[in-house]
Ligand binder design. Structure first.
Ligand code: GAP
Length: 463
């Protein structure tokens, strides 16, 4: 596509559309099953998306380690169906569905009400939502066909089921996990029994989660298969409030450290609490489509361990060393969505500016999370002496900084544009002067300024 056409098309797109287009063009994110017309709520991460994702996970694991007394876990996606009965997800993990009888679109009733400024929440009962729906029926239009022909609001369970291990009619269906947290609760005793941890301590894990979302939307924001970075901190009930406040501060700082501006982050307390929570606050981000949840920080009290104790018969109590009484620990949970963090980081760093009289798109990613730390290229690819020297520099640098990239496609301007769109902080060019004095140019992504650096000092400079 010619540059002018691309520019004109780009001008008419919303910021979210531009991010979707950039991430596809540059190999961050692809629509799931695209060649078959897509599969709702699914996205695949490409080469640079995998690296960005991993850098964000690494930053998260680092903050968890820095807190101290943190065990890591990788529990199974499939568990005994009893886990989800005990946790309350089978009976209470619902979203309100309303069907448009004209075009058969399946819609979130609470979102539809909010779209006409009626305060609604997915945790409201069916009766409450139907009352709100009836009162506002005149104002409500299907966003797909524009008609006003809706059925009743019904709460639909979000757990996805599978036939894993089911061979006969009477065999139970297995659930894919709807949150990683349950894997942590059911392993609480195992971790405790390793003898390395005593309350207070945390268990953290990163993993896939599946939810039968009624209307997956807004790119990586609401998917049906997504990834969570969750941490459950087990504390004595008397220490839960303080731990909760401490974790809230740490979690907000994590996003600031990822490079998100404070003014694009805020706290929002839940008015209607989910069934397991005693208190719940969301960290919200100002996405291109408005403020919405990025992470949930919850005080889950002793709900989950009590439920699993009741259903499994296993004693989850621990000893209070001071009073010698046995108690079930409270849980402070920090529950971050990896895909939403990726979307927030992309939205935050996406920028359009002008450099040397040309419009460009640039991802101003913090270097620590940028997928590629530097690109190396020969000034011209048809000059064997430049290519040979560039290969030498690239080969040596790769051993020190593996996240670098070779790029000799197109002219130097095109290479800069391409690397700007990936968010590469520095480009290293091997030119004729390199052959004379063993120095290269290092170009800065944000300012476009170039600096001559000796090859000997290149690793230190890039680091
Ligand atoms: N264990 C608590 C829990 O799962 P949640 O608020 O349902 O709480 C936690 O989910 C986080 O998971 C959210 O803050 C969000 O970042 C992410 N998340 C939830 N549903 C999602 C979806 N459909 N697509 C992408 N991320 C999602």
């Amino acid at each position: 596509m010619c540059a002018l056409k691309l520019r004109m098309e780009n001008n008419n797109l919303s910021k979210l559309d531009k991010i979707v287009s950039l991430t596809k063009r540059r190999g961050f994110v692809f629509q799931g099953s695209e060649i078959y017309g897509g599969f709702a709520g699914m996205y695949d991460y490409g080469h640079h998306g995998v690296a960005l994702r991993q850098n964000i996970v690494n930053a998260w694991m680092r903050t968890m380690r820095m807190h101290g007394k943190m065990a890591f876990l990788d529990s199974s996606i499939f568990t005994s169906p009893k886990v989800w009965e005990a946790s309350g997800h089978v009976s209470g993990f619902n979203d309100p569905l309303v069907v448009c009888f004209s075009c058969h679109s399946k819609l979130r009733a609470d979102h539809l009400l909010e779209s006409v400024d009626v305060q609604a929440d997915e945790k409201m009962s069916e009766t409450e939502l139907n009352e709100l729906f009836d009162t506002n029926r005149e104002k409500l239009k299907c966003p797909v066909c524009g008609k006003k022909n809706f059925g009743k609001v019904v709460q639909k369970n979000l757990l996805a089921t599978s036939t894993l291990g089911k061979f006969e009619e009477e065999d139970e269906e297995a659930y894919l996990r709807g949150e990683t947290a349950q894997g942590i609760f059911i392993n609480f005793k195992n971790v405790l029994n390793t003898g390395f941890y005593n309350v207070p301590f945390g268990i953290a894990q990163v993993g896939k989660v599946f939810r039968n979302e009624i209307s997956p939307r807004q790119f990586l924001f609401r998917k049906r298969e997504f990834e969570q970075m969750e941490m459950q901190y087990f504390v004595h009930p008397r220490d839960a409030e303080k731990a909760y406040e401490d974790w809230k501060k740490e979690r907000m700082q994590y996003y600031i450290d990822l490079g998100i501006k404070k003014e694009n982050l805020r706290w929002k307390q839940h008015e209607h609490l989910v069934f397991y929570a005693r208190d719940a606050w969301d960290i919200q981000y100002k996405y291109p489509f408005g403020w919405d949840e990025l992470e949930g920080v919850h005080n889950r009290g002793d709900y989950d361990l009590t439920q699993h104790q009741k259903f499994s018969g296993v004693d989850f109590r621990v000893m209070d060393e001071e009073t010698k009484e046995r108690y079930i620990p409270y849980v402070v949970e920090t529950s971050a969505g990896l895909d939403r963090t990726i979307l927030a980081v992309l939205a935050e760093s996406y920028d359009e500016d002008e450099m040397n009289g040309e419009k460009r798109v640039v991802l101003r990613l913090k270097p620590s999370i940028a997928p590629i730390k530097a690109a190396v290229f020969p000034l011209m690819r048809n000059k064997p002496e430049l290519v040979k020297k560039a290969e030498e520099v690239f080969g040596a640098l790769k051993k020190e900084i593996p996240e670098i990239m070779w790029d000799d496609n197109g002219n130097i301007g095109k290479r800069y544009r391409r690397q700007d769109e990936i968010g590469t902080p520095n480009c290293v060019t091997i030119d004729f002067e390199t052959l004379e004095n063993d120095s290269v140019t290092v170009r800065d992504r944000d300012t476009g300024k170039q600096e001559r650096v000796s090859v000997k000092e290149l690793t230190t400079k890039l680091r």
